[in-house]
Each structure stands twice: as C-alpha cells, then as structure tokens.
Write a protein that binds this ligand. Structure first.
Ligand SMILES: [Zn+2]
Ligand SMILES: [Zn+2]
Length: 115
C-alpha cells in the first residue's frame, strides 16, 4: 500500500507525487490538493461536497440568477427591438405626412402637362 502510494500521482497535478489518498473519492492527491477537515483527510473536491453550507445556496441560487439574467437580457433585447420597431414604423408615416415628395411629383407632372 505504501509502496503503491509512492508511484501514485496527484489527480490534479500529474507531475507531483501523491502524499495521500482521499477516503471519500479514492483518488490520490498531493500535499496542495489534500486538506484536513474535522480530523479527516479529504481532497478539495470532496471537502466542497462535505460543506453544504457554502455550496447549497450557490447551487440553489445559480439557476435562479441565470434565469433572471436571461430574462433581463430578453427584456432588454425586446425593449431595444420594440424601440427600433417603433422608430421604423414611425419613419415612413412622417415621410407621408410631410408629403414633400408629393409636391415634387406634382410639380414634375405639371411641368409635363404644360409644355
Ligand atoms: Zn476526494
Ligand atoms: Zn495536486
């Protein structure tokens, strides 16, 4: 067992020799990756799993935050395109109401009629 451990490499650092085996996941880890928690040796990944106080709110809020962010983005995009749509819809109406081109066409037609 001890001889085998010497040949083992850290799961996160391929170039480093493993100093301990995580009893939770069974992988070998170097001094940097292994941590002592409640007099038990655990790897960083398992330590995160063992401390639900820090992990639970993040896990619960992550989708909510993501959904809210997505909704905000959608709303912003919708508002942006709504404004653009309004501007695009209003533009031809303004041209028609101004009727500058109509007078021009009338003038051109009158020129044609009267030689
Ligand atoms: Zn582990
Ligand atoms: Zn390591």
């Amino acid at each position: 067992m001890r001889a085998g451990l010497q040949l083992q490499r850290c799961l996160n650092h391929a170039g480093r020799e493993a100093i301990a085996r995580c009893p939770s996941c069974g992988f070998y880890f170097c001094r940097e990756c292994i941590t002592e928690h409640d007099e038990r040796i655990l790897c960083a990944a398992c330590l995160k799993k063992q401390t639900p106080q820090a992990e639970r709110p993040r896990r619960n809020f992550a989708p909510l935050v993501r959904t809210t962010a997505a909704l905000c983005g959608l709303l912003t995009a919708w508002f942006f395109f709504y404004i653009i749509g309004r501007v695009l819809l209003a533009t031809p109406t303004q041209f028609h109401e101004a009727a500058v081109w109509k007078d021009k066409v009338k003038d051109e037609m009158q020129k044609d009629d009267v030689p």
